[in-house]
Design a protein around this ligand. Structure first.
Ligand code: IDC
Length: 466
């Protein structure tokens, strides 16, 4: 359900008295006006998710605050995104984030939140932007629970990320498409296939491609922890199938050899060679495959990782010569920062191979300015790919850090660094995008999203700039 509320108040001489004109002596005062499209995206027992599109109908503004009042104070903003949200009594306030501080005339910004409700109609009566009322309701709003929102749209050929970009390659520090244009891919990582395989089915992948508009699926294949080493044939086959499922939907697929414990990838060198020889042979003709050879090296030197990479990459190249390969970095793929080092160890001693990128991972609540500084520096010298990040702490749980996530994703957008979010799964941890129990059902609509899922989807689903 949707309602639009609009007002345009031209602040001219008849509105402003001479006192104001004295305060603003130069020219006519700024015109102010706004429109708000408030959409209840979904409702469930005790809660709801709302989308709030704010359009500036007046002169450009820099710095803004949107206010609205719920019908009663039983309704509360629980987790908001794309603004700083607060609430006092029944009145909620959304103050601009850094990146959407300026709203040009006619431009809009999409905010949203999940809220709790005591059952009454959670649609606010009025909105103000910088104190100016956005009036003009289009009529009464009903609050019948929305129907499940999964309406898989099969992307038409030519409109998918894969159709638009074709075979990728590394150009300078960027990922480039067939037309040699630098691009950024945004998508989701699976959780461990040994635990969450049921989350990767036709409906969930349709939702990821059609509703999330994801460009890529990262396929996290743990090697230990009941992963690949327990049944190489099954895991190899499952990874190959998922690369094909991504291809059918026009998404890229990152094949993640998810080493974690032990942290030295050389422990799994033979397994890596066997696995990648098979996967590269099977997917050589596909344009959507990208190989990630070691998830998060830890407790190992850069020299050890480089040596591993220089043995695994030739195995991949022998079968699939033109695919991009991504190499993990020291300190849980922190470019060495979590080990007290930094990117210079790679810059001065890079892997001896072409068409490769280096992995950087972050968890927004744990990794902040010093990690962002390293990425900013390294991005000028090394091709980087954020194959995994979380909106929460490095445990995969804890509080969602919306501010840090936003700062991170703004940085990655600016640097055109591709990323995948941990995880597209219904794991019972705050990093998961789907609510627990989702994968046992058939609905992958926006009503099944966690706060993290809603936040990340709001970033991934915006138009690509291919
Ligand atoms: C976490 C999972 C969690 C699982 C744990 C151990 O979220 O359910 O129990 O692994 O397997 C990483 C790793 C990734 C971690 C994730 C969160 O690549 O495997 O997943 N994380 O801890 N690096 C930093 C954080």
């Amino acid at each position: 359900m949707k309602r639009s509320i609009a007002a345009l108040a031209a602040a001219g001489a008849t509105v402003l008295g001479s006192t104001c004109l004295l305060l603003m002596p130069t020219a006519s005062a700024a015109a102010q006006g706004c429109r708000v499209d408030y959409t209840i995206i979904n409702q469930w027992q005790g809660g709801f998710q709302a989308g709030v599109k704010v359009t500036n109908l007046g002169d450009a503004i820099t710095g803004w605050s949107l206010q609205f009042t719920f019908p009663d104070s039983g309704q509360k903003v629980a987790q908001g995104w794309n603004a700083t949200w607060s609430q006092s009594g029944a009145t909620a306030t959304a103050a601009n984030a850094d990146w959407n501080r300026t709203l040009a005339t006619g431009s809009a910004t999409d905010l949203g939140f999940t809220g709790t409700t005591t059952g009454a109609n959670p649609v606010p009566a009025a909105f103000t932007l910088n104190g100016v009322t956005c009036t003009g309701s289009t009529g009464p709003v009903t609050t019948t629970p929305s129907t499940p929102t999964t309406t898989p749209t099969t992307p038409s050929p030519g409109s998918t990320p894969l159709a638009a970009n074709g075979q990728l390659h590394v150009c300078g520090v960027h990922l480039c498409n067939e037309a040699n244009r630098a691009i950024q891919l945004r998508g989701m990582s699976t959780h461990g296939l040994q635990w969450f395989d049921s989350c990767y089915n036709d409906r969930s992948l349709d939702a990821l491609a059609g509703d999330w508009h994801a460009d890529l699926l990262r396929i996290a294949m743990y090697v230990q922890e009941k992963g690949y080493e327990t049944n190489p044939a099954w895991f190899t086959d499952r990874v190959n199938t998922l690369v094909g499922e991504a291809e059918e939907r026009g998404m890229y697929a990152v094949v993640d050899f998810h080493t974690l414990t032990p942290g030295d990838p050389n422990y799994n060198l033979d397994r890596a060679k066997t696995f990648f020889a098979a996967v590269a042979a099977r997917n050589a003709a596909r344009k959507n495959v990208i190989y990630e050879i070691a998830n998060e090296p830890n407790g190992v030197s850069w020299a050890g990782i480089k040596s591993y990479a220089e043995q695994v990459i030739p195995v991949i190249r022998a079968a699939d010569p033109d695919a991009v390969v991504i190499v993990g970095t020291r300190g849980w793929s922190s470019l060495g920062v979590s080990d007290g080092s930094n990117e210079t160890e790679i810059v001065t001693n890079p892997v001896n191979a072409t068409n490769i990128m280096y992995t950087f991972h972050f968890y927004a609540a744990s990794h902040k300015d010093n990690y962002r500084a390293a990425v900013s520096r390294a991005a000028a010298k090394l091709p980087l790919f954020v194959t995994e990040f979380g909106t929460v702490t490095a445990t995969g749980g804890g509080t969602l850090d919306q501010a840090s996530t936003t700062t991170w994703l703004d940085l990655l957008d600016q640097l055109k660094i591709s990323y995948a979010n941990w995880t597209y799964s219904d794991a019972d941890e705050s990093s998961a995008a789907l609510r627990p129990g989702t994968c046992a059902g058939t609905d992958y609509g926006t009503g099944t999203l966690t706060a993290s899922g809603a936040l990340v989807r709001s970033r991934i689903s915006t138009p690509d700039s291919f």
